[in-house]
Each structure stands twice: as structure tokens, then as C-alpha cells.
Design a protein around this ligand. Structure first.
Ligand SMILES: *Cc1c(COP(=O)(O)O)cnc(C)c1O
Length: 390
């Protein structure tokens, strides 16, 4: 039996130890932790909907009408009018024939990949894909083939080499730790050319990018062919919880029959689905929110460039600063924290070795003054030598 204490101590020494912090109130750009107030740049609540009064009200109303627990899996008696109505809203919004709710994005990815691929098949994944997509391929039993980040020529070659079984390509739409986007039209072209499925994970694009917040895929590819599967989460841009898959009638029916992470789990609380209907409406009507978000991102990028900070090639609300060393990233995150600013240090294995970074994320609720405060704090920490200018 392994000695857990020794392994934990080693992890600490490598600056890879992780721990939680407890928020005393709501998720927002201002947080209270251990009795202290912080300005936060570290949530995925991009539109600032997580604590929106209309969502709180909708959740309360949903609870009055549908109770709290769903009481069963969707295929038993857990599928409520609230779930059904949300699925119909999502299908209409994405312009796809059907949508299917999952309890989380992680489960949606596991469910889709293992329903469409198995032993003898090939799953192709971008090197920077989210852990849930990698785990999904591994769970499916298919052969996992990884290609260099956004490298279409290599993907094409690898697709051509896989002669047997089903082929499924999976990619983040917006890469969660880098903030850049996948060439979804190119991916869809390759998928069609090689008779493959394409699964696009819109966790960080849905509600945030594109017309009315429809996401990166639908912005780039308004007419989605049936071999393209859209997965998006509801706990980030939409501010609630859960995920959905949108696609053809046959795809959704197949998932209902075969996706084990859909079948063998209790349906999420119907009140949550009810609140998400309101979140979808707010996101849809949220052009002013997205405009504010874009302005904050531009303000940050201009300010950071002027300071010579190591920005990455991202136009999205995910704006990482590459630090490299895990210890240095932690020191920097701690120095910002001492100034009342929360920015998460992201370390391996979430990112490749030697690519530790500060993951700065923006919300539509951030003000220009707050972004200035962040820039001033970064400038001060840089002067202290914790972040090398490039
Ligand atoms: C957060 C995330 C998920 C998981 O979604 P949850 O609903 O949080 O389980 C999946 N894919 C990507 C790219 C993510 O960032």
C-alpha cells in the first residue's frame, strides 16, 4: 500500500499541492474569503450571471413549482417539464434539431465519446484539450491519438493513417487554459472528408462569443452538419450548472439509449433547469454584457502589452500570463493576493510541464477601474521581480 503522506509531501515540495478556499458569500467579481475582501479575476462566470437577481428569483420559483430533488434518473421518472422546456429552448437557440441535458460537462463528454466510439475505433484530440475529453477517450476504450495544438496538417495525416473503425475528432472550441480558439471550420471539413464525427466542446464560448452568445462553433459554422456534435456547459457563461449536447435527432436518441453518464445518474434538480431558461434568455439579450467584456479584455491586453507582460494569443476573456515555473507562478499569485487581487496559478498537470501560468479571466461585471487595479498590481509585482518581462 502506498504511503499517502509521503506522496503528499513530495507534491508540496514540487509546488504542485492544491487546496480549496471557502467563499463566504456569492460568486462575483468581489469575493469574501476568511473575512477579507478580494477583487477576483478567477471565475468562469463570464457574463456575471451566477448571482444575478433574476436567476435567484427563477431558482426560487422553480423550487416552488418543481420541488428540489428530481428524485430519479431521466429515463425513470426524473425528467421534468423544466428539463424538457430547457432542452427545447437550447435546440431552438443553437438551431439544431434536438438538445439533451447532462448533469455536468465532464459527464457530457464521457457520455458522447463512449456512445460514439469504442474498442477498435480512433479518437483524435488536440494536445491542449480539457481533461474531460481526454478521460472520455480513455474510458471509451478507443485508441487515443493526440495531435499538436490546432495543427490541421498533422491531424489530416493521422486521420488518413487510421483505416479501421469509427473516427471521432474532439476539440475545445475555446481552449480553457490558453484562451485561443480552434479552427472549427477546418476541423469540420476534415471530419467530413474522413467520414468522422467532430465533437466541439463549447464550455468557454457558449454565452460569451458569437451573435447572441451562441458560441464559437455556430459563429464560424452557422450551418452545422450532422456529423458535428456541439457540447456546451451551463455553469460558466450561463452562470448556473450542467451541460447539454445538441445535434441531430438520431444522435440525441442514440445518446439517450447509450450514454451511460446520462442513463445511470439522477437528473439534475428541475429548478436548476428552470433557472437556466432565464439564464439563456439573459445571455441571449446580453449584447451589452458581451460588449463590456470585450472592452475589459482589450483594456487589459493594451495595458499588459505596455507593461511588457507575457500575454498569450487570446481574444477571449481567458487571458493567461505565461510564467513557466510552478513556484514562480505561485509566488506571483500570492503577491497579488496580498494586494487584494485573486488570480489563480495554473500548474501541471493542468498545463504542460514548464508552462505554469496565471489564468486571468474577465467578467462582464468588471469595471474599467478594477482592470486598472489589476494592471497596477501586476506592474508592482513585476517590479519586485516575480514576473519577468519578455
Ligand atoms: C469546465 C469544462 C468542462 C467541464 O464542465 P463541467 O460542467 O464543469 O463539468 C468541460 N470542458 C471544458 C473545456 C471545460 O472548461
Amino acid at each position: 500500500m502506498q504511503d499517502l503522506a509521503t506522496a503528499l509531501a513530495a507534491r508540496k515540495q514540487q509546488q504542485l499541492y492544491r487546496s480549496r478556499q471557502t467563499l463566504e458569500g456569492r460568486q462575483d467579481v468581489q469575493l469574501r474569503i476568511d473575512g477579507r475582501d478580494y477583487l477576483s479575476f478567477s471565475s468562469n462566470d463570464y457574463l456575471g450571471l451566477a448571482s444575478h437577481p433574476r436567476l435567484v428569483e427563477a431558482l426560487r420559483e422553480g423550487a416552488e413549482r418543481f420541488g428540489v430533488g428530481s428524485g430519479a434518473a431521466h429515463l425513470i421518472t426524473g425528467h421534468s417539464y423544466a428539463h424538457q422546456a430547457l432542452e427545447e429552448d437550447l435546440a431552438e437557440f443553437t438551431g439544431r434539431p434536438r438538445a439533451l441535458l447532462f448533469s455536468t460537462g465532464y459527464m457530457a463528454n464521457l457520455g458522447v465519446v463512449s456512445a460514439l466510439a469504442g474498442r477498435g475505433d480512433h479518437v483524435f484530440e488536440d494536445r491542449l484539450n480539457h481533461a474531460s475529453l481526454i478521460d472520455a477517450a480513455q474510458l471509451s476504450g478507443a485508441k487515443l491519438v493526440r495531435y499538436p495544438h490546432n495543427d490541421m496538417p498533422v491531424l489530416q495525416k493521422k486521420l488518413a493513417q487510421a483505416k479501421t473503425g469509427e473516427r471521432l475528432i474532439a476539440s475545445d472550441a475555446v481552449f480553457s487554459m490558453d484562451g485561443d480558439c480552434a479552427p472549427v471550420a477546418g476541423l469540420a471539413g476534415l471530419a467530413t472528408q474522413h467520414d468522422a464525427w467532430l465533437l466541439i466542446d463549447e464550455a468557454h464560448g457558449f454565452g460569451v462569443l458569437g451573435r447572441q452568445g451562441r458560441g464559437w462553433l455556430l459563429e464560424q459554422l452557422p450551418e452545422v452538419p450532422d456529423n458535428v456534435v456541439l457540447m456546451a456547459t451551463l455553469g460558466k457563461g450561463l452562470g448556473t450548472f450542467g451541460a447539454f449536447v445538441a445535434g441531430s435527432e438520431d444522435l440525441i436518441e442514440t445518446l439517450i439509449q447509450q450514454a451511460r453518464t446520462f442513463i445511470y445518474t439522477t437528473a439534475a434538480p428541475p429548478a436548476l433547469a428552470w433557472a437556466t431558461r432565464t439564464a439563456l434568455q439573459l445571455a441571449r439579450e446580453g449584447d451589452d454584457l458581451r460588449e463590456n467584456l470585450r472592452e475589459r479584455v482589450t483594456q487589459f491586453r493594451n495595458g499588459a502589452a505596455a507593461l511588457g507582460l507575457p500575454l498569450m494569443a487570446s481574444d477571449t476573456p481567458i487571458q493567461p500570463l505565461l510564467v513557466g515555473d510552478s513556484g514562480a507562478a505561485l509566488v506571483l499569485s500570492q503577491a497579488l493576493r496580498e494586494r487584494g487581487i485573486l488570480v489563480t496559478a495554473i500548474r501541471p498537470p493542468t498545463v504542460p510541464k514548464g508552462a505554469a501560468r496565471l489564468r486571468i479571466t474577465f467578467s462582464a461585471r468588471h469595471t474599467a477601474e478594477q482592470v486598472d487595479r489589476l494592471l497596477e498590481a501586476l506592474a508592482a509585482c513585476m517590479k519586485r521581480g516575480s514576473l519577468a518581462a519578455r
